[in-house]
Design a binder for this molecule. Sequence first.
Ligand code: PMP
Length: 394
Amino acid sequence: MLTNLKPQPADKILQLMQMFKDDPRDDKIDLGVGVYKDASGNTPVMRAIKAAEKQLWEAETTKAYTGLAGDPAYADAMVALVLGTSVERDQVAAAATPGGTGAIRQGLELIRMAAPDATIWLSNPTWPNHPSIIKYLGIPMQEYRYFDNETGGVDFDGMLEDLGKAKAGDIVLLHGCCHNPTGANLTLPQWAEVIALMQDMGLTPFVDIAYQGFGDGLEDDAAGVRMVASEMPETIIAASCSKNFGIYRERTGILMAVGQDKALHKVTQANLAFLNRQNYSFPPDHGARLVSMILTDDALRADWQAELEEVRLGMLDLRKNLASELQRLSGSDRFGFLGQHRGMFSRLGATPEQVETLRRDHGIYMIGDSRMNIAGLNAKTVPILADAIIKSGI
Ligand code: PMP
């Protein structure tokens, strides 16, 4: 049987991580991997997570199963965090999932059950796991233009034109904030235009929000998804706690299905629980429990928000410093988009050859499409990167 298996393509990011490890240069810089790093290059456990873990260790009396959709307190806390007061709680069916990836996978399975003829429209580019899982599930997909390599911003006209080719019932996958890999995001008026188009054409939004709090702040980062959820008849949302709570390996995410028609809530909720049951039964609980403890305890929440804000502002500073250093060295504003982008990533707009030059000649590692993890920088390496970018002819 196993002889029938075909080799799987190597994961490019993991390959790059290995190359970085094997590189003997002391001054090498890793802008590849997609986790937050502080100025010393560590991915720390957040203070509130440590405190909640301590409390949990003392108070937890059982490890018995939770519900199939996870702990209801986690769902309540996450619905409030992501959706605020944009919809009523009984409009949202929600199930805990293993990470944001689990939520995406379950959301796609829900779509396949409920809309077997739908095509999923993806931004070009998008997080590579999106098309990978969609393809694996055998769901048809199409791309819409999203990133303008010339300006470093969103190609909004191209996006609307391409989405105009969708058919009624199709699904539009949107990044809630901090677009991965580009860092270029829709403005609120642009969200409103996309909503109007989806309403006119009978499309359903699927919003992936994996970096709430990493861009413009917890509330602002959720403004787009909240507008979508309150104005569209139905919205599917996959949210991840990996980045904003720093609990990557705990696998903490949530799938939400928002409907204006409250009569559908019960059957939708039952289907989310059914999908969990088929795929892994009960979702992981440890990370979810820490998240709900933090979100419902004033002191823990305040400390978490303060630390998240430090993380966000630190990345924003690095962006601004990189943009201004590049302005100084290039004598032009052509890298100004780096200061406009939000979140952990920016697409530099370099060719694969230039990316290779950065790696070979300067020991600077970024993904082949020139996605940089801004959190991989620090005050010392910003000018080094800027200099290397100019020297590589970018
Ligand atoms: N969506 C996007 C756009 C992401 O970048 C990520 C993480 N790389 C995820 C979802 C899911 O992350 P996780 O499964 O680790 O929660």
